[in-house]
Design a protein around this ligand. Structure first.
Ligand code: ZN
Length: 658
């Protein structure tokens, strides 16, 4: 564990709140301290209010903010006097507590204060830092975790037995702190949960956090529990797992009752863990710190029997729900973490961002479990305690508030020829509707078009079968399956009449515009068949299908062949619940093909201005890549749910087509 404090960097964060922002970010930068919204920090300031009265204000991390990227606005200012008065109460329910915190903020637009706000208020230090450090949870999730913590820290920390975050924990911490803290005390360890440090400056509190966690890491080293066992290399022969993955995703989605993505991790450590002979005993205990349960559920699924998992989950819910204080609504019973001999570590989530968060959390969990095992055995919290966190009032309320997700959330689309033009516009339209997108292109530029978790750009020559298979394998490993296939890639060679058309040019056009699409359709079929809401294919055809032009024999013939291929696919695949429809664009000029010079030349050829030339159609309207892409995306949606084998022109109206 490195201390990341840097004097020069710190100078860019002026003021007491600025320093609070800086060291919060330092904590957030280290994934072995906090992960994805975990942990929280605070600072106590004195401010003059609008009436000229001095007030003590606690600035505490607001919910929805991540320590790594937090800003001053991410801290909620809450009146200290009220917080300290609340801490004296005997009882306060979570919804009541949230209400009290919100009504005592001095800025109405600030985020909801952390549920650990009262705890922060009662600690008599200006700065308070809280993390779920891996080393601390590895040590405390063991049989005699408490003794180990005593042995490591003596009276430098106060030890708090496990209790759920919220008012009761705040009260317990305040009691134990005032009874047990000495002049040596610089922190507090919450068994099975995490650690607090505190100080009079941001630097002091941060330094102490690092110092305390370092001591835990050194202890693990001394106990021979730090170095992780060397994973065996994953099976070199593991190939073609995409259909197995898509089948698993289908089952997960059916169990969840909503579309979801899967992400497979096949790094040596994850595969090795999934294949351990004792994976059942190691993995079937619970998460390293309770708030992970919201993301990972209590237990991973072993193997691929989703039905058995959901059955067990329902039993768990039925077992603990009756003992809860308020009536509970069961969450979907589908797994979020799957450990499978062949697929490795598989994480499920509503979006690509969610699956990546689950993946990060579980990869850290594997390390925590292995270290605790080396200490003598991993012991997570009881199912009862974890149920209470999973079904916490505040989380249940969040569930009720969550709005309608975007149209294609939890679904996957693949677009060919996606680096520019209509292909890239299709990527935009699909991303905007919430789909995760696998974008293929001959040009490597496709890889860097977007940097976001729901986008995977792959350089791929679609005329090379091996590359197509590899791309599908990679795409499914990242997102779990395939729901929508957009066949857009194609070439339009310059005008060439039949009497001079060479075999080579003819074959080249056919190989890209027809043959490659046959390969894509054939290889995608087993995946599309397992699309939970039915597979959808949209073919980007051409006006040249109904209305060919002279000098475009190879192009027109290839698009016509592709058109027939799509129609036959519509006939053959209807019983697999796959729909195939085509769009026939014409004169889409905002693509790389149409430079200003080319446009100018074509326009003067017809004696028109460029503007007139662009609108040379029945409606006198310009057709853009975006227009085509929007139609393509809609054809994948509910508007076209009962349409297959259709061909829709998007050309502003063409007399020859009409
Ligand atoms: Zn915590």
């Amino acid at each position: 564990m490195k201390n990341l404090w840097n004097d020069d960097e710190a100078k860019h964060y002026p003021g007491e709140l600025g320093q609070r922002v800086y060291t919060s970010r330092l904590l957030g930068r280290d994934t072995t301290l906090v992960l994805h919204g975990g942990g929280n920090t605070s600072v106590k300031l004195t401010e003059t209010n609008i009436l000229g009265k001095k007030e003590h204000i606690l600035y505490v991390k607001g919910s929805g903010w991540d320590l790594e990227t937090i800003e001053a606005d991410g801290f909620s200012p809450v009146r200290m006097a009220h917080l300290l008065a609340l801490a004296e109460l005997d009882k306060l329910s979570d919804p009541q507590m949230v209400n009290e915190l919100k009504t005592q903020m001095t800025k109405a637009s600030a985020p909801t204060p952390s549920v650990e706000t009262i705890l922060h208020a009662t600690l008599p230090y200006k700065y308070v830092d809280h993390t779920h450090a891996d080393a601390i949870v590895a040590i405390t999730n063991t049989e005699n975790g408490k003794q180990r913590i005593e042995e490591i820290y003596g009276d430098t920390v106060v030890i708090i037995p496990y209790i759920m975050p919220g008012f009761d924990l705040a009260r317990l911490c305040a009691e134990r702190f005032s009874a047990e803290a000495t002049d040596n005390t610089i922190g507090m360890v919450l068994l099975n949960h995490g650690i607090f440090s505190f100080g009079e400056t941001a630097k002091e509190s941060y330094d102490r956090m690092i110092q305390l966690v370092c001591r835990a890491e050194e202890y693990l080293q001394q106990q021979g529990a730090w170095a992780l066992p060397q994973p065996l290399a994953p099976d070199e022969h593991a190939t073609a797992l995409r259909t197995t993955t898509a089948k698993l995703r289908y089952d997960v989605v059916k169990a969840a009752g909503k579309t979801m993505l899967l992400r497979c991790y096949r790094d040596p450590r994850s595969v090795d863990f999934a294949r351990r002979h004792d994976v059942a005993s190691l993995s079937q205990q619970g998460p390293a710190t309770p708030d992970h349960v919201i993301r990972t559920k209590r237990l991973p699924m072993l193997g691929r029997n989703v039905e058995a998992y959901t059955h067990q989950y329902k039993e768990y819910f039925d077992g603990y729900a009756p003992g809860a204080k308020e009536p509970k609504t069961m969450l979907d019973p589908a797994p979020r973490v799957i450990l499978d001999r062949d697929l490795g570590l598989v994480c499920a989530g509503r979006s690509a961002k969610d699956t990546a968060i689950v993946g990060d959390i579980y990869q850290h969990t594997i390390e925590v479990i292995l270290r605790a095992t080396a200490l003598g055995g991993y012991r997570a919290l009881s199912a009862r305690d974890l149920f209470d966190t999973e079904y916490w009032d505040l989380e249940q309320a969040k569930l009720r508030r969550s709005g309608k997700p975007p149209q294609f959330s939890g679904e996957v689309a693949l677009v060919t020829g996606a680096a520019s033009g209509i292909g890239k516009a299709c990527v935009d339209s699909l991303l905007q509707r919430g789909a995760a997108v696998i974008a293929l292109d001959l040009k490597s530029a496709v890889e860097a078009n977007y940097e976001r978790p729901d986008y995977l750009g792959l350089e791929c020559d679609i005329t090379d079968n091996a590359q197509v298979e590899q791309a599908l394998e990679g795409g499914v490993q990242r997102f779990g399956g395939l729901d929508m296939l957009i066949l857009n890639a194609g070439i339009f060679p310059g005008g060439c009449r039949i009497d001079t058309l060479s075999d080579g040019d003819w074959h080249k056009v056919m190989s890209i515009n027809v043959d490659a699409n046959l390969t894509l359709l054939r290889e995608a079929h087993p995946l599309l068949k397992r699309a939970p809401n039915g597979g959808r294919v949209v073919v980007v055809g051409s006006k040249n299908v109904p209305a060919p032009g002279p000098g475009a024999a190879a192009y027109s013939a290839s698009k016509a062949a592709l058109n027939q291929l799509a129609r036959v696919a519509a006939l053959e695949w209807g019983s697999d619940n796959i729909r195939i429809n085509s769009v026939h664009p014409n004169a889409v000029f905002d693509t790389a093909l149409w430079t200003d010079e080319v446009l100018q030349a074509r326009a003067s050829h017809y004696g028109l201005s460029v503007e007139e030339y662009k609108r040379r159609n029945v409606l006198s309207t310009e057709v853009t890549s975006h227009d085509v892409a929007e139609l393509v995306a809609e054809m994948c949606g509910p508007l076209f749910a009962k349409t297959t084998g259709a061909q829709v022109p998007i050309d502003g109206g063409n007399e020859r087509v009409i």
